[in-house]
Design a protein around this ligand. Structure first.
Ligand code: PMP
Length: 372
């Protein structure tokens, strides 16, 4: 098998799974129970939370555990809008957000909020002067993803956070799901950030919303206090502990991993240049994602052809169900390009041999599928 779909999800790291099994087996108590078993589970969660906080450069009480980034994104947008609705009604975002943000927008609009999309420059980056011009008194939230999941395009979120420091009424949320474990990110000027463990070799079903301690939030789920008052439900001890482990492992030797992935990515791009495809990822994209469009072949046809050779890639994000890629359409305003795009996502587990095999298979299908 050649797996080139790491941005859709990663396989669980063996030692992370071992931690999950051990904690599930040995820490049976509800962390909120008042007896010894509850206390032991709570202590373990607190140690893991401290570890996550230290890695991300935040405080332990700024972590709200969720089922993943979808829930965290919903919690951030709806939670902030409903909490601060008396301050203003406007949200600013981009057309490059994940579906768990873009699909929330009609709901927010039905509830009286106004959503504006910031312009992108010729490289797909947020046009900072357009952003500034949109920051009127009605704006309560800016939500801009750190790395687009389809192209790997990295937005200057640290710079955007700096700009927004001059607008104390405006909160800044960033979906950092596709950057965690792939590159460093400074969260100093970001008020809220969402991520999911399944993108860095953790278990599916756990993620978090980081919410800086000076900010409040209307919870999506009401009930008992859990680990915070913002998201009720019995804390998922084993998922939390295993996420801390996954994060530690993923951020370990990050510079070496980044260098290796960059080399692989360059090798892949060089090989693609000799084929009848057009690259959609540019120099502002993380090397982990290489997106390109085909000429006259539907992306799904190619995806399934490659599947018969046990090679796995994506047409767009697994969470988006349209006929074309929203991100490629937003970037190039070209429906043909957006309906023939493919995403190859690699990791430090990928080998050069796998990419050679992939390019060989792609090249042969580019010829055979076009003729038929
Ligand atoms: N945001 C981004 C940028 C993503 O890539 C994903 C996963 N495809 C999500 C949010 C949602 O993550 P989850 O499915 O774990 O909730």
């Amino acid at each position: 098998m050649i797996y080139l779909d790491y941005s859709a999800t990663t396989p669980v790291e063996k030692s992370v799974l071992d931690t999950f099994v051990k904690v599930t087996t040995n820490y049976i108590g509800n962390p909120n129970s008042l007896h010894k078993l509850g206390f032991e589970a709570k202590e373990l969660i607190e140690a893991s939370t401290l570890q996550i906080a230290n890695i991300l450069g935040i405080k332990p009480n700024e972590i709200i555990y969720t089922s993943g980034a979808t829930e965290a994104n919903n919690m951030a947008l709806k939670g902030i809008c409903f909490k601060y609705k008396n301050r203003g009604k406007k949200i600013i975002t981009t057309h490059l957000e994940h579906s768990s943000i873009l699909k929330e927008i009609p709901f927010l609009e039905e509830n009286g909020f106004i959503v504006e999309y910031v312009n992108l420059d010729e490289n797909g980056l947020v046009d900072l002067s357009d952003l500034k011009s949109k920051l009127d008194d009605e704006v309560i939230l800016v939500s801009i993803t750190a790395v687009n999941s389809e192209t790997g395009l990295r937005q200057p979120v640290e710079k955007i956070g700096e700009i927004l420091k001059d607008y104390p009424k405006v909160l800044f949320h960033s979906d950092i799901t596709q950057i965690i474990g792939k590159d460093n990110i400074d969260l100093t000027c970001i008020d809220l950030a969402s991520f999911s463990a399944q993108k860095f070799y953790g278990m599916k079903g756990i993620g978090a919303l980081i919410k800086k301690e000076n900010i409040s939030l209307e919870p999506l789920i009401h009930g008992g206090a859990s680990t915070t008052i913002y998201r009720s439900g019995t804390p998922a001890t084993a998922l939390i502990v295993s996420m801390a482990k996954a994060l530690r492992l993923a951020t370990d030797s990050l510079d070496e991993k980044k260098k290796y992935v960059k080399e692989l990515s360059n090798y892949l791009k060089e090989n693609l240049q000799s084929l009848d495809v057009v690259l959609n990822s540019n120099d502002y994209c993380l090397p982990h994602i290489v997106n390109f469009s085909l000429n006259g072949i539907k992306s799904e046809t190619m995806l399934h052809a490659l599947e018969t050779k046990d090679i796995y890639i994506s047409t767009k994000t697994a969470c988006s169900k349209g006929d074309y890629s929203d991100a490629i359409l937003a970037l190039y305003n070209d429906k043909k390009r957006a309906s023939t795009s493919l995403r190859v996502s690699i990791s430090n587990l990928t080998t050069k041999e796998e990419l050679t095999e992939f390019v060989k298979a792609l090249s042969s299908y580019l010829n055979s599928l076009k003729i038929s």
